[in-house]
Design a protein around this ligand. Sequence first.
Ligand code: AMP
Ligand code: MG
Length: 401
Amino acid sequence: MLSVEEAREKVLSAVSVLEAAETPLLEALGMTLAEDAVAREDIPPFDNSAMDGYAVRSEDVAGAREGSPAELEVLGDLAAGHAPEVALRAGQALRIMTGAPVPEGCDAVVPVELTRGEGGRVLILEAVEKGANLRRAGEDVKSGETVMAAGTAIGPAELGMLASLGYARPRCFRRAVVGIISTGDELVGVEEELAPGKIRDSNSYTVFGMVHEAGAQPLRLGVVRDDADLLERTILDNLEKVDLFVTSGGVSVGDYDMVKDVLGKVGEMNFWKVAMRPGKPQAFGHVRGKPLFGLPGNPVSVMVSFEQFVRPAILKMMGRRDIFRPQATAILDAPLGRKAGRTEFIRVVAEWRDGRYHVRPTGPQGSGILKSMVLGNALAVLPEEVGRLEAGAEVVIQFLR
Ligand code: AMP
Ligand code: MG
């Protein structure tokens, strides 16, 4: 049996990064940058006003007070999107809106609340420092600066930054296409009626969700009966379309070892047992160069194994620099009885309290209790050698959301 770390290393060394291509900006959301994003100009490109008010020369308003305002001549109005056509000379001001470029000679903006306009003149009721309420050219990003390195995940902030930088088609690593197969004679579809001995297929939905959340493209290939030939055909028929396969079920001993049989016959198997709970039996290998993760059938095992092995593998394939979930240490609020020997992943509710994370189990921890994944927001990782844990013990947690 492999340890979780050994299995993870094997998986990660057995998958390679997909190719990169120029990608329309909106499609890049959830993908990974394959190039450094470098600024070709300053952002903002010009000094501009941070407030609606009056562009002034700070020395002109140095002594201004409510009882003794400075009076300035107003040269006109300037809205955002327009360039100033005047320069300020002594005793002059320009009414200016947020985001509009400040005129030459201006070194501060007086917010409109501190002024009183009177025809072509304005009374300044308070002095402002040099530089007040100005946004300087390049204060966000300097021309030539590398703002985001290759390997950065593109989320909302990165998407906006790429737009600011003028990257209409950033080079991104291709989205991995993940073929999803559920196996089992007992499975019916979500729209079908249950019959004696039947349950609804949930795994292809949880896997779809996890693949999607990882920024990859899920492709549901349906439910396959417990028939090795059918499974083999489904895999071989879809080889061209997918970058990796995720199957669920059919890897435990009582299950005719269907997935292992197929891997042994038309592919090659790297391992099939990991010292973890849930999720001990699981197959990993390749079929004609495409990685295949044979996850166990139990709904929680599927999700926990996906988190430990498939998600990091997908992120590596998609060029991601950070491929693991954020971790923290947390205080256990309730004792946990358990048998040492395997790494155990307890579904917990993690809460920030009194300056620390605290965790409590979600309830029953069976590998069929999918509700534990609905209720939990983290996995507590109990190392192989650790037995019973008392309340107050420290545990490592992986955040799931
Ligand atoms: P297996 O690994 O195929 O022996 O399946 C283990 C358990 O997981 C059995 O109770 C199955 O009924 C259940 N199971 C397998 N596949 C699914 C699925 N796609 N959705 C929900 N439960 C499943
Ligand atoms: Mg089965």
